[in-house]
Design a protein around this ligand. Sequence first.
Ligand code: 6GU
Length: 226
Amino acid sequence: MRIDIVTIFPAFFDVLDVSLIGKAREKGLLDLRVHDLRDATTDRHRTVDDTPYGGGAGMVMKPEPWGATLDAILGDDAVLVVPTPSGEVFRQSLARELAQEKQLVFACGRYEGIDQRVIDHYAARGRVRLVSIGDYVLNGGEVASMAMIEAITRLIPGFMGNPESLVEESHEDGLLEYPIYTKPAIWRDLEVPPVLLSGNHGAVAAWRKEQSLERTRERRPDLLAD
Ligand code: 6GU
């Protein structure tokens, strides 16, 4: 998979050299490139923003640097992902969908956002997804992109050392994951639930399912309503 990130803060993404994402890049599973939006500016001050038409607070990202940058990056089959608090909510189902793509381009806006015509222009010519990572406001799309990239890339075949660990985790079956334990069997007077020491695989599976349901009812009733 190829992932391109466009940002005015390329340094945010230095951490993608480490951890599993760094390993995937070394293995050639992931071709990840970070682009500085300011490289496409032509004025002495490398200006990327201006005041909003119609008035109002804050600044808007100018369309020209975006057009020049995205034209040079977007391949025919690319999906342009625009992180924004006004987008659809990013879920495991969307991570699974995007993990199948050949190229993802993340357009990280700052300030009040990107001139709407940039979205409209590329939506008329290809696939564009406006995506939010939850109901709160961040200063820009960088941290949101990082979260999405981690969720997506770990689903690329060959990415995980042990793909089995993808099967049982939270959200894969629409429920939260059950509680997990390791040795010692007693820690600070707290015992591991005896069923997990029973060796009865059917009983373990039934207990885990019940715990998943109980947790989901308690913490995320909205998931059961869906
Ligand atoms: Cl994708 N961007 C920003 N700026 N804030 C957010 C968000 C995205 N998702 C939730 N809050």
